[in-house]
Structures are given as structure tokens and as C-alpha cells.
Design a protein around this ligand. Structure first.
Ligand SMILES: *Cc1c(COP(=O)(O)O)cnc(C)c1O
Length: 364
């Protein structure tokens, strides 16, 4: 039987995984490391699983060069649960949660925090329809700020921070769900980083939290046990049953990243892929129009439009026919979007550029 080709996968999330990772998982799916069972079928209290769990954690520390005084947690409930956990744990009465509003995901984080405590939006690009990243150079934080929260990459709008503000003693908390591990970062700048796995880290089901120990070691006793960071911190993320298969997959992805040459190598590859697509947009005589302002463009989610919605529909439909999946923009903003996370190969981007060029010549 003829082998079916893998799709050109531009899905926004869950998203493409490295083929090598899928094949490795396949090879040990039924029997893991001579145990006579799969990783999904064994106790999370046993040494075999704990080895995988701890290896995932230490690879994360190694790849991100995480300094002493930080820990890595594996949580459930997605990044969306972090939107609530952050204020529940860190926004004490009398304190203010400071937020930067850059788009759809930042807005969700803000709305959730408003259910919990007092918050203040200290910068916003809403007036610009979220097509840019606001300048934070003269950022004023409220005196009672418990933290500053921002969203490093707006997955839906296709904008990305390319530098982070210095917040002094106020912890900087960043939702990196759609760009974690896309480039090297200085973790010591941050109080907390969190990311749902299903864009750049692995399958859905696990959310990675990287945090200064002083922020997670003690949590209010007034909130439910599972909502306290201290519960995960004190129990090595093994207080209850962890999403063991997802964490195992994250470990494989981290090993793959290491084999690629780590985060510096990924950054070069990611910038190259993004440039291919942005060049195709910018050199199309206006046939394609990039949504995000140039300096705010994301190297993970490339958003663009055509002259009419009809043309956009035709583009998405014909692209799908040709094997390009996931190019329709998010239902909230429309247009088109190519998500080009770490695992999306350069060859997929080159094929898309060719398709875009052909489509333009036929319809321009
Ligand atoms: C996908 C995404 C989320 C939501 O993640 P879930 O794990 O589905 O809750 C939050 N923030 C950003 C930036 C995202 O891209």
C-alpha cells in the first residue's frame, strides 16, 4: 500500500510534532523500556515513570538554562487554568495584578483575574486592534503591584514581544504558551513562565510552569489544594496522578530539541521560516497583506489577509486540497494564519511559499 504523505501541518494548536518524536513514541508505545507495558499503564509512583518525569524536568532546566532558585512544575487544566491560579495564589487582598493587554489570550487572562481580585491594565494595544505590541519603555506599575502579567506571543493575532520590560522587584509573569522554547531567553528576568504544551512542547494535557521558588513555595490555605502552586512544588508535581503520557511526550520533544542544537539553533531555523513567509507576503504587490505591524510580527504565527473574504475562503479551500492544513485564521479575527512552531519543518514553509506564489499568479 502506498504510504500516505504527512500533511503540511500549520495548525495553531494542537500542532505539528516532530516526526522523529512520533516514530520514537511509536517504537516504544506497546512496551516501554522492557517493562512489559506501555508508559500509560504503569504507576506514576514507580521508578520507571519517575525517571521519565525527572528527565523531562531536568531537560527543561538544561535547555532554558534555568538558574538555581527556580523550579519546573507539570500542571493540568491548560494555560487557561493558570489564568485563575496566578491571581488565586499571588494576588493578596490590597494588592493589584498589573496586566498588559495585547490581544485575545491576554484579554482572557485579564477577565479571569478580574473574578479573583483587583487588577489594572497598564498597557494595551487595543486601540490598534491588537496588531502591535505596546511600548513598555515608560511603563508605570501601580505601587501595590503583586506582579506584571503579559502574553509573549498572541497566537491569534500573530504578534510577539521581542524584548521584555525590566520590572525591578515586581515579578514578571509571562504566558509563553505559543512561543516557549522558540529562542533562548534569560529566565532570571521572569518570576514565572507558563505554557500549555500543545503548541511547542508536546501533546495537550500538560502545562509547564517555570517559577521562582519564592512564588510557589507557600500558597494561601484558603484556596483548594489542587489550585495551590505549593501542592505541586512540594510534591514534585506528583501530588495526584500526573498526565504521564503527555509528560513522556514532552521529554521526547525536549530530547529532539537538544539534538537540533538547542534553542539558539531553533531560533535561527524559526527566524528563517518566518522570513520566508513574510517575504512572500511583502513581495506580493499587495496581494497578501500582513496583519501585524512589522516590528511586532510573530515568528510562530504568521497572520495575513487577502483583498476579500471570498478570496481568503478560496485560498484556504485550495490550500487544503493541496495538503496544507490549518491555514484558516481564528474564527474571532478571520483572515489566514500559518502557525510555524518549532516542529514545522522548513520544507513545509517552502512548499507554502510556492503555493502562495501560484495562487497569486492565478488570482492576482
Ligand atoms: C493556546 C493558548 C492558551 C490556551 O491554552 P489551553 O492549554 O488550551 O488552556 C493560552 N495562551 C496562549 C498564548 C495560547 O496560545
Amino acid at each position: 500500500m502506498e504510504q500516505r504523505q504527512r500533511a503540511y501541518n500549520f495548525n495553531a494548536g494542537p500542532a505539528a510534532l516532530p516526526l522523529e518524536v512520533l516514530e520514537r513514541a511509536q517504537s516504544e508505545f506497546v512496551e516501554f523500556a522492557g517493562t512489559g507495558m506501555s508508559i500509560m499503564e504503569m504507576s506514576h509512583r514507580g521508578g520507571v515513570y519517575e525517571g521519565v518525569h525527572n528527565e523531562a524536568k531536568s531537560l527543561m532546566k538544561e535547555l532554558l538554562n534555568i538558574p538555581a532558585g527556580y523550579d519546573v512544575l507539570f500542571m493540568q487544566g491548560g494555560a487557561s487554568t493558570q489564568f485563575a491560579m496566578i491571581p488565586l495564589n499571588l494576588l493578596a487582598p490590597g494588592k493589584v495584578g498589573a496586566y498588559v493587554n495585547t490581544g485575545s489570550w491576554a484579554t482572557k487572562a485579564i477577565q479571569e483575574a478580574q473574578l479573583v481580585g483587583e487588577i489594572q491594565v497598564v498597557a494595551s494595544s487595543e486601540a490598534d486592534k491588537f496588531m502591535s505590541i505596546p511600548s513598555l519603555s515608560d511603563l508605570q506599575l501601580p505601587e501595590q503591584a503583586a506582579y506584571l502579567h503579559l502574553t509573549s506571543n498572541e497566537t491569534i493575532e500573530g504578534t510577539q514581544f521581542h524584548a521584555y520590560p525590566d520590572t525591578g522587584n515586581v515579578p514578571l509573569i509571562v504566558d509563553m504558551s505559543s512561543d516557549i522554547l522558540c529562542r533562548p531567553i534569560d529566565v532570571s528576568q521572569f518570576g514565572m513562565i507558563y505554557a500549555g504544551a500543545q503548541k511547542n512542547l508536546g501533546p495537550s494535557g500538560v502545562t509547564v510552569v517555570i517559577a521562582k521558588e519564592e512564588l510557589i513555595a507557600t500558597s494561601p490555605k484558603t484556596i483548594p489544594t489542587m489550585m495551590r502552586y505549593s501542592t505541586a512544588y512540594k510534591n514534585n508535581s506528583l501530588y495526584n496522578t500526573p498526565p504521564s503520557f503527555s509528560i513522556y511526550m514532552v521529554k521526547l520533544v525536549l530530547e529532539w530539541i537538544k539534538e537540533q542544537g538547542g534553542l539558539s539553533a531553533l531560533q535561527v531555523a524559526n527566524e528563517y521560516k518566518a522570513q520566508l513567509l513574510y517575504n512572500a507576503i511583502d513581495n506580493s504587490d499587495g496581494f497578501y497583506r500582513g496583519c501585524a505591524e512589522q516590528n511586532s510580527r510573530s515568528i510562530m504565527n504568521v497572520t495575513f489577509r487577502l483583498a476579500t473574504e471570498e478570496l481568503e475562503k478560496a485560498f484556504a479551500a485550495q490550500a487544503e486540497q493541496a495538503g496544507f492544513i490549518g491555514l484558516k485564521g481564528h474564527r474571532s479575527v478571520g483572515g489566514l494564519r500559518a502557525s510555524i512552531y518549532n516542529a514545522v519543518p522548513r520544507s513545509s514553509c517552502e512548499a507554502l511559499v510556492q503555493f502562495m506564489e501560484d495562487f497569486r499568479l492565478k488570482n492576482g
